[in-house]
Design a protein around this ligand. Structure first.
Ligand code: GLY
Length: 345
């Protein structure tokens, strides 16, 4: 085998993540022995193909969050039925987080669970979305509200796919890598690309092993995500996920300061990492986010899966990141106003 291999150890749901150039050629090695057919789900705009020796059907899902819907899942499942896909067969998801989330969910519900192999083709997919078994689609009331935990058979992260990645997609991946910077404290930008992707995959794998279903530590992976999901939903996905996460990271620092958990220096550290080192969360993007209005953003946050009576955020503090529940929405609104008024501090 070539490339880096990281194992996600989850008992009978364990699987490898393979990272490297040309590793997609190993696809057949990870197909379950019992599989007789494969359905490849991909986005036609992705210039990256996979080969399998199994009889296969290629299905397309369009780019854009509007396609991440139950309607798409129904269409895929009806195609699975016409192709004769059985529970012993395999779905191969080739694309970014949108494709792996939709195809993963379709595989999770097809015949109550069919194997899926993820072949992420974006940086964001390789370091986050394709790992850990979260699958979901959106409904108009919010993002990722309908889904399932369904661990893949394998994640094959072929770095050749990144050679043609549009700049905006690259920045999105950086948003999630910046998140790992705060979770693990590693200087990930100092590593060459293959080691950086492998290290992020490893950080995520260890967290998923500890807390597969997000009843504890895994929630830290949502750092920056409470505001990010609201920005994406309220703005009809004008901001891509990683761009929204980067803004969410800066806001989480501001909220942490407002709640007395961290001081100005630590907020400044967030700005330095997210802005200066990763080049994300530009003043223009924050200005467009501000147009969405703090009230509407709070409404979307209330519908977040993690919200209880109040709002839930992952926040920095003296002991590192922690999940903080039941935050008064008026405190969040006031922090949002401060943040939008003075985004550069
Ligand atoms: N993307 C966050 C998680 O997988 O838990």
């Amino acid at each position: 085998m070539t490339g880096h291999r990281i194992d996600v150890s989850l008992g009978d749901r364990s699987y490898p993540i393979v990272v490297g150039r040309g590793v997609v050629d190993q696809l057949d090695d990870f197909v379950p022995d019992r599989a007789r057919r494969a359905v490849v789900v991909t986005d036609p705009s992705i210039p990256f193909a996979v080969r399998t020796t199994l009889p296969s059907l290629v299905l397309h899902v369009g780019a854009g969050e509007d396609n991440k819907s139950l309607t798409t899942v129904e269409r895929l499942c009806r195609e699975f039925a016409r192709f004769g896909l059985t529970r012993n067969d395999v779905v191969v998801a080739v694309g970014g987080g949108l494709v792996t989330d939709i195809a993963g969910f379709a595989a999770a519900v097809w015949h109550r669970g069919t194997a899926v192999i993820h072949v992420p083709t974006t940086l964001l997919g390789m370091v986050d979305a394709a790992i850990g078994g979260k699958t979901a689609v959106n409904i108009p009331e919010g993002k990722n509200l309908v889904g399932a935990f369904w661990q893949p058979q394998a994640v094959i992260a072929d770095l050749d796919a990144l050679d043609t990645l549009p700049e905006r997609e690259r920045r999105c991946g950086l948003g999630e890598i910046a998140k790992y910077h705060f979770i693990a404290g590693d200087d990930l930008l100092a590593l060459p690309l293959d080691e950086r992707v492998a290290r992020c995959a490893e950080i995520k794998a260890r967290i998923v092993e500890e807390d597969e279903r997000e009843s504890g530590r895994r929630a830290l992976l949502n750092y920056g995500h409470t505001l990010a999901h609201a920005l994406e939903s309220a703005g009809n996905h004008d901001l891509a996920h990683g761009e929204a996460v980067a803004i969410g990271l800066l806001f989480a620092a501001e909220l942490g300061r407002e709640l007395g958990r961290i001081d100005r220096d630590r907020v400044e550290f967030h700005r330095r990492v997210v802005r200066s080192e990763y080049g994300l969360a530009t003043p223009d993007q924050i200005a467009s986010a501000a147009l969405l209005g703090p009230r509407d953003l709070i409404d979307f946050m209330r519908r977040d899966k993690k919200a209880t009576d109040g709002l839930t955020f992952v926040l920095d503090g003296r002991n590192g990141l922690e999940v903080v529940a039941d935050i008064d929405p008026s405190t969040v609104e006031s922090a949002l106003r401060t943040f939008f008024d003075r985004p550069v501090g």
